[in-house]
Design a protein around this ligand. Sequence first.
Ligand SMILES: [Zn+2]
Length: 136
Amino acid sequence: MKKLLQEFKTFIARGYVLDMAVGVVIASSFTAIVNAAVSGLVTPIIGLFLPNAESFAEWAPGGFAVGAFINAVIVFFITAIVIFAVMKVVNKAREAKKKPEAPAAPTTKTCPYCLSDDVKLGAVKCPHCGSDLPEE
Ligand SMILES: [Zn+2]
């Protein structure tokens, strides 16, 4: 039991819970926006092509709520597409962050005689031991 508590504490401390909470809140309000846009703008346009003039969301031929179902399907697809696009952008940003910076080009070399490693590139004499250095 103590171990479980400890694991739970670590889990919360990692920040996943906060990320998840933020995600859930954003997703639910985003779904509300998409829902309003679809049932307010998209399905009424489809409703224009229906033979009877009743509102599309309430279209229920034979008692089956077909209109509401199609509404939900359209909301799902729009939400999925937007989330997919957001994930793509986030993943790209993460990958760019992960890439290690190219190591700086070396400006010094090692003297083969005294092994001092702070001899400037292009030097022909070692500043430490005075040896003639081979040209590189
Ligand atoms: Zn040297």
